[in-house]
Design a protein around this ligand. Sequence first.
Ligand code: ZN
Ligand code: ZN
Ligand code: ZN
Ligand code: ZN
Length: 408
Amino acid sequence: MSVFTSVLSCLFSLVLCAPLPVDGEGCRKCEHRGVLLCSNHTEEIHTYEKDVLFCSTVAACEDCAGALLVDCPKCDGGPDDHLIAPRQKEVADWMATHELSKFMERPLPMVETDRYQLLIDTGPLKLNKRKSMDGHLLMHLVARDVMEVERLVAEHYGLVDQSAAVEGETALEASMRRNYSNKMRMWFWSTLEDHQKVMRKYMGNSSTGDFKLLGGRPVFSAWTEKEMATVRGVRSACTHNAAHMLISNLRKPLWVGDIGGGWFDAGSGHWYEYEIHGRSTNYCIEEATVPLEYHGGVWRVALRKWIMKEDTYFLPRLMPMNTGAMTLPEQAICWSFYEWLVLNHQPALPKILEGLKAKQETRAVLKETLGMTVMQAEDAWRAWVVECYPIKGDELREPNQKKKRGRK
Ligand SMILES: [Zn+2]
Ligand SMILES: [Zn+2]
Ligand SMILES: [Zn+2]
Ligand SMILES: [Zn+2]
């Protein structure tokens, strides 16, 4: 090789092989990542943001635009710099899909998870007599509650997450694979006007109380009226209704509350609320005109007493009833029967729901899944209540406590 060509090739390789500019190495302040957590959000909020896919409140942050990270001001960058811009773009794309914000003509506080689209527009609400909680934190607590319902339902109905698409599958097969056919939309407003505005647009209804559509495209809307104007009120109403929505949407989108599965619908709605909040203070009756109260929502002692003094069978009369036709004490019976199923016959739950969604009569479903007539099931459930519900307090007696602990 001549001197000339070797110089040329050397120059050539210098040009081609010059190292690309690399990220800086960060500094001690950023632990050599080049980025810092955005300080506009508390440590608590940074933790809660990890639960959700998107949150519009952090998306509106002037410093991080929802990325939750900012460039380290003390150095010229590090290996995590590249995370910020793509995340900001994802967040901006998600914000642009907010049909509801466009309709209401203002930014709305929303979070989205795999299963839910939550809007908690309540502003700060009372936590107890002395303290209140800000609306953003409340929205994340609601997200945790409803995700816990989702986890329990997945456990009880043996759901396996199979998110990868299967080639050539039909729409129905795809919905079966995903277990649910749509996201559960839950909206909580601070005024009756906002609630009614979305009700008219999305539900074709102008009810003043809370309202939901169940089945294929579930949506729940409520506002902070009366006892729902507290942190507890919003959390428990969302938890209760998340259970109704998931179960109505699960596998075959259909609400069983008015096709002979009212007991199952009411029982499950109350049960998940009770399990997560230690009581059930929501009811499955729309626009009730009488105040609904049954032992402050703490039911085990009262039910045990009632069952011991009442000889006539409850279930043959309750089982064909629609959800909305039951009184609150009757719904409490359904809650307890669902509890008996969860703790003693959990593997039968998916089959029971499938049977009810196929519009089979409850007595046929129980016979097929438990091998019991309605009266035999009532005898077994009553015996369990007498043995396992407490005389005071609200803890289940052993061995059910153990079963519940083992489950968690
Ligand atoms: Zn740094
Ligand atoms: Zn957030
Ligand atoms: Zn920020
Ligand atoms: Zn309900």
